[in-house]
Design a protein around this ligand. Structure first.
Ligand SMILES: [Zn+2]
Ligand SMILES: [Zn+2]
Length: 265
């Protein structure tokens, strides 16, 4: 059976500082779920757990008390509205979640926030496309080596424009990641049961001639037995407009079936 696009597990509400949109409410997210016949939606605002310490200035106010303002979440018959977060991986491979991890239904971990300056990246990682490609591998590897509840963890936007300052360099970085390294990483990811994200914001928007480069990691992940979930990464209501069509396009291009779906549990 073909993969059914029936969920969105990566959505920012107005509580994320980069959204800060009074229109991006939980009620608006719920109506997006209803409009698209989704069974499950999850809000994943940016989060750095105060119990970890060492937050950047931007993250310091995005603590548990801030995210918990979203609760209680509005409910609707047949829709599972979950409480999650998008945490952060610091340049020294410290993960921004610890004591509060049990309070979340789902946790998105981004390994590709290469744009966030020296909080997420060491300067030597950003020298050129070769060092960026190595950082892509090392960051994913570091997360997969952690002791985490992988059954409720997703790896966000493994491909996305944040990886390099220009489109050309971004595609170069993706091309430079060795096939065998990807294979080993995704085999480990499949074994751990972590979800791999189909991200509608920038990860899966590409022109036809870029398709093979951008889809290569997902094809290798599928081959390795990884499971996939959809995430719009929406920050504003208008981001909801094309997300389902983008997910559908990815599902078609990757020929995903229901057995390839990440089931949160
Ligand atoms: Zn992100
Ligand atoms: Zn996000």
């Amino acid at each position: 059976m073909k993969y059914q696009v029936d969920h969105d597990l990566h959505i920012h509400s107005g509580l994320s500082l980069c959204s800060n949109d009074p229109e991006q409410t939980n009620e608006r997210i719920l109506s997006y779920a209803r409009e698209n016949n989704f069974k499950t939606v999850c809000i994943t605002d940016h989060f750095w757990d105060e119990s970890v310490g060492g937050a950047s200035e931007w993250y310091s106010s995005q603590n548990y008390a801030h995210l918990a303002k979203a609760k209680p979440l509005p409910q609707w018959d047949g829709i599972n509205f979950l409480f999650g977060c998008e945490t952060e991986l610091r340049w020294d491979m410290t993960l921004g979640i610890s004591e509060n991890i049990d309070k979340f239904d789902f946790i998105v971990i981004p390994t590709t926030h290469f744009h966030a300056g020296n909080f997420t990246m060491a300067p030597e990682d950003l020298k050129d496309s070769t060092t960026r490609a190595a950082a892509w591998v090392n960051k994913l590897d570091a997360v997969l080596e952690m002791n985490l509840p992988f059954h409720k963890i997703g790896i966000a936007h493994l491909t996305c424009g944040l990886i390099a300052p220009t489109r050309e360099e971004y595609l170069q970085v993706l091309s430079q990641i060795p096939e065998n390294r990807m294979k080993i990483l995704f085999e480990k990811a499949a074994q751990l049961g972590v979800g791999i994200e189909l991200n509608a914001a920038s990860a899966l928007t590409f022109s036809p001639d870029e398709a093979d480069i951008v889809l290569r990691p997902y094809r290798i992940a599928k081959q390795a037995g990884c499971k996939f979930y959809c995430g719009s990464d929406a920050h504003h209501p208008e981001d909801f407009l094309h997300s389902k069509a983008t997910f559908q396009r990815a599902v078609d291009l990757l020929e995903l079936e229901e057995k390839d779906k990440f089931i949160l549990g």
